[in-house]
Design a protein around this ligand. Sequence first.
Ligand code: AQP
Length: 325
Amino acid sequence: MRILSGIQPTGSIHIGNYLGAIKQWIDFQEKNECIFFIADLHSLTIPYKPEELQKNIFEAAIAHLAVGIDPQKSVFFVQSHIKEHTELCWLLNTVCPVGELQRMTQYKEKAKQFKGNVNTGLLVYPVLQAADILLYKTQGVPVGKDQVQHIELARTIARKFNQKFGKVFPEPKALLPKLGAKIMALNNPKQKMSKSLGPQSYVSLFEDSKEIKKKVMSAVTDTGKVIKYDPKRKPGVSNLLTIYSLFSNKSIKELEKKFKDKGYAQLKKSLTQLLIDSLDPFRRKRKELLTREVFVKETLKLSAKRAQPIASSTISETRAKMGLV
Ligand code: AQP
C-alpha cells in the first residue's frame, strides 16, 4: 500500500503527534511504500516568523529522524521543495465546493483562534492537503482523529475529479490507531493535546526529565480515586492510562489491575518514569543529529528527488485530463 502523511513545522512535536500519527508511520515503513513530509506550506496559514521557518523545518526533520523515520525505507522531504503540491492544489480548487471548506472544524477553530488573520490559505488548507495526498495517488493516510474530516474531503475531491474528468485518483483512506487517535491535553483533558494550546498541554518528544515530572504530576485528573478507563466520566485518568498503555505495550485492563488501590499520585509517578525512559533514546539521537546538519539537509534533498518523478507524472496526467495540454 502507498502511505503518505505530513506534519507542520509549527513547534515542539509532542507525544500526541507521536502516538496519534508518527508511531504508526514508523510501523508502516516496514512493509509499505511510505512518503512522509514536513508541511511547511500549511504552516504559513497561521502567524509565523519567516526568519525562524528554516530552523523550524530543520528541527522537525531532526525530530522525525530521531524517533525512527528511516530515509532508506521511506521518502521524507519538505513539501515546498516539490512545486507540484501547489499546482495540484489550484487544479483541485476548481472542483472543491467552497461550502465544504467553510464547514471544516479545523477552519472554524483556527479562524476563532487567529481572529486577526483569517486568510484564504486557512480556508483552502484541506485542498492543499488533498493535493498532497492525491499527488502521490496515496491509498492510506495515517493520522490522528482531528484529521479524519480532511481525509473525507480528499476522498470527495478525488471522486468529483474522477467523475468530471476521468479516473486519475484513488480514494484515500484515513488510518487511525486503535488507541491514541486523540490524546488529550494534560492541563485540560477535555481538549486535544495541541501545540497551539501551549506547552502546559503537552510533553514534547525531547522534554527534559524535570519538565516531564512537573507536567505529568500536575496533570488534571478527575474526582474520586478509582483508576478506571472511562473517557466520558474520567477523561483525565483515561488519558493517562492511554499514554501509559501505548508507551509500555501493556493493555488498559492490565494497567487498571496494576494500579488498583494505588491512587492517582502513584499512577502519575510511574508514568513519569516510563516517559523519561521511553523518550531518553529520542533525546540522545536528536542531540547527535543536531551536529549533522549537512547529512540531514542532503537526506531531505535526495528524498525530494525520489518523490519528484511521481509528482511530475500525476500532474501531467491531471493537466491532460483537464484540457491543459
Ligand atoms: N492530540 C493528538 N492526539 C493524536 N494525534 C494528534 N495529532 C495532533 N494532535 C494529536 C496528529 O499529529 C499529526 C500532525 O499534526 P499537525 O502538525 O498537522 O498539526 P495538528 O494536527 O494541528 O497538531 P497540533 O499539535 O494540534 O498542532 P497545532 O496546534 O499547530 O494545530 C496529525 O496526523 C494529527 O492528526
